[in-house]
Design a protein around this ligand. Structure first.
Ligand SMILES: [Mg+2]
Length: 363
């Protein structure tokens, strides 16, 4: 089996209603889909966040077997291709290997340790609404009614906004639902500690990205000052970018994104480093359906740590915002049922791409 072609599809989906995290407003969603064809008729799909230049494709991918994934990704990296771009290639190569062997990717990764992954509803963004607090409370209650065991809201809009809205949501959802907050790197150390202490009475499961990702010392200060698990690192690319945060244990929960960090191959390296340092891994997921499928295969193979009678659940980030690139791209989308995501068992990523949707949202 030899690779004969590599294509990139750049997709954009315009939002009906804009929303904001602490960094700014979003009016559209995007995805970079990689399509790799082989001489025996298989198509592998990947999703990355950067593009591989044509000469790197010709020099390192065309004519090789997908089973050379390690050597291919290393050659791309040595040639200066970013892990963000390698992510899409690596995911497509694993999809091809699974299809060639008639096995799901989670099997190739060493087998899933769970058949379904509990999900958390990732939403509760800032919106342009008259009574935003009531709108957030209604949205949170809807997630609980749908059976989600956990939810996450966006904070980082200042202590007054964060405390008022997080407290209203916790009061509305009761004390049985896990509740996390995400500041999207919106604070400095002093503000992060102040806000964290003011929010702590809401029994928060984690406090995500209070600071810019590279502020390792700052994360250690926040972690020691605030009685909430600290999470982060969704934007880091390549396993070495995670070294200091993991080895210094500046995070309780590390959140690699499979389409940013470098695909299955690099995420396994990051998970191994986290495992060796007793840091929990809960992948980040924010993108199209290929990214969702890839994340599900990888996350299904991450063991509970520690392995106990009642482990802390491995929670899948289930994006509740509007995005046709996630909801329309697969003919057979993977969807959460009763608060858990079933892990696909069909070959490769286990999804079939709708080419009409690829065309519809092409840039
Ligand atoms: Mg986040």
């Amino acid at each position: 089996m030899k690779i004969t072609d590599v294509k990139t599809h750049r997709l954009r989906y315009p939002l009906r209603e804009k929303f904001a995290n602490s960094r700014g407003w979003s009016t559209s969603r995007s995805a970079q889909v990689v399509e790799i064809a082989t001489d025996n008729g298989f198509i592998g799909w990947g999703e990355g966040t950067g593009e591989v230049n044509r000469s790197a494709v010709e020099n390192h991918i065309i004519g090789r077997s997908p089973f050379n994934y390690g050597a291919i990704c290393q050659a791309l990296f040595d040639d200066g291709v970013s892990p963000r771009a390698i992510s899409g290639i690596d995911i497509a190569l694993w999809d091809l290997m699974g299809k060639a062997l008639d096995m799901p990717v989670h099997q190739l990764l060493g087998a899933k340790v769970r058949d379904k992954i509990p999900v958390y509803a990732s939403g509760l963004f800032c919106k342009d609404r008259q009574d935003l607090t009531q709108a957030l409370v209604d949205e949170a209650k809807e997630y609980v009614d749908l059976g989600f065991p956990a939810i996450k809201m966006k904070i980082g809009f200042g202590a007054a906004y964060d405390v008022k809205n997080a407290t209203a949501i916790r009061r509305a959802i009761g004390d049985q639902v896990l509740f996390a907050v995400d500041a999207n790197c919106g604070y400095d150390v002093g503000t992060a500690i102040d806000v964290g202490r003011k929010l702590a009475h809401n029994d928060l499961f984690w406090y995500e990205e209070p600071l810019p990702t590279d502020d390792v010392r700052g994360y250690l200060e926040v972690k020691r000052a605030v009685p909430i698990r600290i999470a982060g690192a969704e934007g880091l690319a390549g396993c070495r970018a995670f070294r200091e945060l993991i080895q210094q244990r500046a995070l309780d929960i590390v959140q690699p994104d499979i389409s940013i960090a470098g695909g299955f191959s690099e995420c396994r390296n990051i998970a191994a480093m986290a495992h060796a340092n007793y840091v929990r891994v809960l992948p980040h997921m924010w993108g199209g359906h290929i990214r969702l499928a890839a994340t599900a295969h990888w996350q299904a193979t991450i063991p509970d740590a520690p392995d106990v009678l009642h482990p802390i659940p491995s929670l899948f980030e289930y994006d509740m915002t509007e995005n046709g690139l996630r909801t329309e791209l697969a003919v057979n989308p993977i969807q959460a049922v009763d608060g858990a995501l079933p892990v696909p068992d069909a070959p490769g990523l286990g999804i079939e791409i709708d080419r009409d949707v690829l065309k519809k949202y092409a840039v």
